[in-house]
Every structure is written in C-alpha cells, then in structure tokens.
Write a protein that binds this ligand. Structure first.
Ligand code: ADP
Length: 248
C-alpha cells in the first residue's frame, strides 16, 4: 500500500457529554505509515479523539473506518486493540514488581491472564521479538530488573515496547516525551521517525520543540474541531492558530 492511502478515516464525528460538545463534526485521516502530531490547547478534544478511536467513548454519530472497510464504532476496545491499534496513556503503567522482560512477555500474550502467561513458554519467534524490542528501546541491560526500579523515561520506553511486541499497525501516543530527559526525548523522536513507514503513529503533544523534530504533518484541534492541518510551518503561520495559542 501507498503512504498516502488512509489507514484511519474519521468522518463527521460528534461527541457530546450532557450537551457539551467535546468533538464537533470532526473529520481526520491518518495515512499508512504516517507520523501525525495532534496539538491544541487544554480542553481542545485531544483525549476524546483518542477515546473514540479506541472505543472507550462512542461517538453520537459519524463514521470511523480502519483499513478501508472496518467500522470501529461497532467494535469493543479489546477488539480494536486486537486488530492492531495500540494506545499509550500519558502516565506509564507497567507491572512494577515484574521484570522488564516479564512485562513484555505479558504484553505479547494479552489473551492470557498474567499468571497463565508467565507459566506458558515463549516460542523462539516470540523471544526474538522481545529481544528486538529490548534492543530498540535500549533496555537490554535492564531486562531482569523489576520495572519499578526503572527511571521514569525508561518506564515510558518499556510501555512503548509493550505496544510494539503486539506489532500494531497504528500507535496512539499521549505526550510520550512528558517527563523525559533531553537525551530521552531526542531518542524518542529518533525512534518515532524510525517506526513511521512500518507503523502509523498519532502523537498528542504539547512540547513544540518535540513536534518540530518529529512531525510530517500536524493537526491543530480547538474546541472539538480541526482548526488547521498541514506541515508544522504551515500551521504555525496560520492566523487562527496564532490567535488560539497567543490568546489574541
Ligand atoms: P484535551 O485532551 O485536548 O485537553 P479533552 O478531550 O480531555 O481535551 O476534553 C475536551 C472537552 O470535553 C473538555 O472541555 C472536557 O472537560 C470535556 N470532557 C471530556 N471528557 C468528558 C466527560 N467524560 N464528561 C464531561 N465532559 C468531558
């Protein structure tokens, strides 16, 4: 498939909470292999956008189509995860008492309970997949350490690894660089650029410096609507975007 083919298409999505419109007639496409940043002030609807894609919130109306013909609005969050959409929340949630390797093992076998999963043996393909992810996330030396002893940035990387072992097509990441050191942020940017192409990524981000280093394409949300879309340079030059960010 071509880079420009849409992997995810949201068409005229509306979400309201007790009459309050969190998303209004929102349409957005994410292409195959694309790295998209979604920015916008607090309350713009970024979290709600992730929630409707992952089935956590149902839209009042509108269509969400994945891979040309799958209607996500009819699937449960678990089914949506199984077809290849992985989400990372802002705060890392790892199993602190288990080792880094065991965390990845559990993520790989989401169909089993935690204990059943640790008892079941990994096949060599699964072991290789975990080893590749450990290397990619620079966690090889930490594999036997309890995850609770990792630094905040390493926990963020581990959680990204827990998504990657599931080989998702689309990754949704909420402020992945929050709380990271500069070096970790730089590596996150490098990592995302290397994942794009094979995976599609949608990254919600506040740190404009980080957006600048990663984004192909930026969507600006404001009051539940798409205010602007284009390259970072284009959206930064947009008068409406300047008004929203500078509060003029
Ligand atoms: P962002 O992530 O861009 O900060 P959100 O998607 O969290 O924005 O929120 C968009 C708007 O919808 C906010 O005004 C928020 O208060 C409101 N909202 C989000 N979730 C709910 C909910 N479950 N109930 C009521 N209002 C909500």
């Amino acid at each position: 498939r071509q880079h420009s083919d849409p992997l995810l298409q949201l068409n005229n999505i509306n979400v309201s909470f007790d009459g309050f419109h969190a998303l209004t007639d929102l349409s957005l496409n994410i292409g195959v292999g694309e790295l998209r940043c979604v920015i916008g002030p607090n309350g713009a609807g970024k979290t709600t956008l992730m929630d409707v894609i992952t089935g956590k919130t149902r839209p009042d109306n509108g269509q969400i189509t994945y891979d040309q013909d799958t209607d996500l609005t009819t699937l449960s969050p678990v089914e949506i995860a199984r077809i290849g959409i992985g989400r990372k929340f802002q705060k890392p949630t790892v199993f602190e008492a288990l080792s880094v390797f065991e965390n990845l093992e559990i993520a790989l076998k989401t169909d089993k309970s935690v204990w059943a999963c640790l008892r079941a043996r990994l096949d060599s393909e699964q072991r290789d997949r975990i080893d590749d992810v450990l290397k990619l996330l620079r966690l090889g030396a930490e594999r036997a350490r309890p995850a609770g002893l990792l630094s905040h940035g390493q926990k963020q990387f581990l959680e990204i690894g827990m998504l990657l072992v599931q080989e998702p097509h689309l990754l949704l990441l909420d402020e992945p660089a929050a709380g990271m050191t500069d070096a970790e942020t730089d590596y996150t940017a490098e990592l995302f650029r290397s994942l794009a192409g094979k995976h599609s990524l949608m990254v919600v981000e506040h740190d404009m410096g980080f957006v600048e280093t990663i984004a192909d394409h930026v969507t600006v949300l404001h009051q539940g609507q798409v205010l602007a879309e284009g390259s970072l340079r284009e959206v930064q030059a947009n008068e409406q975007v300047i008004d929203v960010y500078l509060g003029r």
